[in-house]
Design a protein around this ligand. Sequence first.
Ligand code: CP
Length: 338
Amino acid sequence: MVHGRSSGCLINFKKFGAKVISLGTLYESRMSYKNRHVISMKDFSRKEIDYILDTAEKLEPVARGEERSRLLDGKIVALLFFEPSTRTRLSFEVAAQRLGGQVLNLGSVEASSVMKGENLADTIRVISKYADLIVLRHPLDGSARMAAEFASVPIINGGDGSVHHPTQTFLDLYTIRRESHLDDLRIAMAGDLKYGRTVHSLCHALSLYGTEMTFVSPPELKMPSEIVRDLQKNKISIKETDSLEEIIGDIDVLYMTRVQRERFPDPEEYEKVKNKLKITGDLLKNADPNLKILHPLPRVNEISPEVDATPHARYFQQAFYGVPIRMALLALAMGVIE
Ligand code: CP
């Protein structure tokens, strides 16, 4: 049983006994997560990220259902999803429930007062009165940061526009750490690097680890130049290409992404590029035997089904890692562990 402040006592990760009294003691300076919004990876230092990954690892047995926890007993997590989602929405729901918390789900936007013209600021002000934390997904760039201005409880950004998806990045980093290695990593990010918010957040986070990055995309879907410039400023080694074949033998992780049809202003442009890159069994014949393939999912056509059965495919395991990561973020933001 993992205990926390909600049950009236200090954290006691009992099973770690002598090794860990409080996670905070792992570091020389204490970091504060209580009531902190999670909006962008740019708001987190490497030390803070590592601490969140460590916390998730401690909570993994609870995420698997092997241990029980009441850390979030009496807490209510509101889910406000203004865009479709399977993994982010459901893994937050599972994370809250596995920790003994409850979930308040706005449900479909069509069934809410947004349809009567209520704006996001008022919606956030009201839900702040009902819940202890709000998870928000919204199609507009910057909406999570704006919501945080009006919230009296922590906001966790579940993806806003094409810019940020920090909880996905935390789980991507966690997957890389669990399935490969974060130190001296050689990663290729492939697919829709223009509109894919997961790769934008991931680039920034991996720059803190000195990762070697290769960007693979058709010319129309290249990584935005401001992100490339930021990475270059931080002396990160970058290569750009449109060929998976060219780089498949020289990387530890291949992070594949879907072409984001919903963000194309012109559907004809989407049709032109949608099938340009694909991971197949043939491509993998030249891969490093330890190569791990990640994908934030959902996938469309960019990974052939035959790849799923290979030891390279880690994307379904990656989706599971969203649960311990989101448990850690909920528990830290609500101050039930520190
Ligand atoms: N990876 C991800 O954000 O998936 P969903 O859109 O299903 O939440």
